[in-house]
Design a binder for this molecule. Sequence first.
Ligand SMILES: *[C@@H]1O[C@H](CO)[C@@H](O)[C@H](O)[C@H]1NC(C)=O
Ligand SMILES: *[C@@H]1O[C@H](CO)[C@@H](O)[C@H](O)[C@H]1NC(C)=O
Ligand SMILES: [Fe+2]
Length: 340
Amino acid sequence: MGLFWHSCILLAIFLQVAIAASVPEQVHLAFHGDTSEMAVIWTTFYDGLHHVYYGTDVKNMNQVAIETSIKKWTSGSVTRYSHRAKMSNLKPSTTYYYKIEGRVFEFKTLSANPQSYRVCIFGDLGYEHGNSTDAIIRNGLNGQFDFIIHVGDIAYDLHTDDGRRGDAYMRRFEPLFSAIPYMVIAGNHENDGKNFSNFQERFWMPHNGFNDNHFYSFDLGPVHWVGLSSEFYGYDREYGKESIWTQYNWLNTDLKAAVSKRKSVPWIITYQHRPIYCSIDYNHDCSEFENTFLRSGALGLPGLEPSYIQSHVDLNFCGHQHAYERFYPVADRKYYTGVS
Ligand SMILES: *[C@@H]1O[C@H](CO)[C@@H](O)[C@H](O)[C@H]1NC(C)=O
Ligand SMILES: *[C@@H]1O[C@H](CO)[C@@H](O)[C@H](O)[C@H]1NC(C)=O
Ligand SMILES: [Fe+2]
């Protein structure tokens, strides 16, 4: 009997140490639905269902978001659990606190149907040599922008060192990403040789009907935002051409719906990792087959620009070139000046 209890106590102490050594981490927010909802995603290295308690009073977080999914996944030798939950019934322009396994975070909701807000858009940001990281975190926490769009190439790479690079990047940004939504799209560096699994498991973008993060849209005030994958074009030989069609058909349906409600949501802004136009140097991405393929289509496969033109997409953001440039209004390789 004595020995039994002794072992139990030892076991209890051991368990407590094991649990304390690992907590929910890499906590981040994303839009997933209308502004009354907020998705929260986090990672653990152990299994177990968590609840997210949230509310407007830090001493009384009286609403609860039950996890919608836990997914066990592996990258090399490391097993992770990716957790997803959705906080709902959020009031506009309100500070909320939320708690996951004792860790407390906070964020502020936008106003209902906000007509003015600020977004920080960047691409190609690494964990190492992330020269802009400090400024992004500082400005974000100072309220300089309301959400982030990262147009692909994340951490260089999410999957490096069995995903530890991705962990380090998401831990580094947790103070900011746990406070304002972090919207992402895949770049070529998100190809981990396993069908973008690190990208798919670590994030949770809005529903597209296909249960993945490759393409999606969301409305926020006067803008219909559309994120797309240029990587279906970049890796069609590796993963097949089917996804190009799937995305294309989805895009046309999505844009048609966006055009029909243009009176209330006048702007359409799209983004994808690779540029459909760029001028720096002479290279594959700006001038050769890869660029034509993505922009106009080739070999019987559709490109993105005809859909953009047909629906009068107002702006397009991209990354990949590690250079800053902007354009006059441009369509079908012609640019226009003096037009609205
Ligand atoms: C980024 O930071 C490193 C080290 O601080 C510095 O050597 C490098 O020049 C910086 N790069 C740019 C583009 O500012
Ligand atoms: C890759 O994942 C997508 C979903 O994101 C799926 O449609 C496709 O069939 C997968 N391709 C392969 C080769 O596994
Ligand atoms: Fe890239």
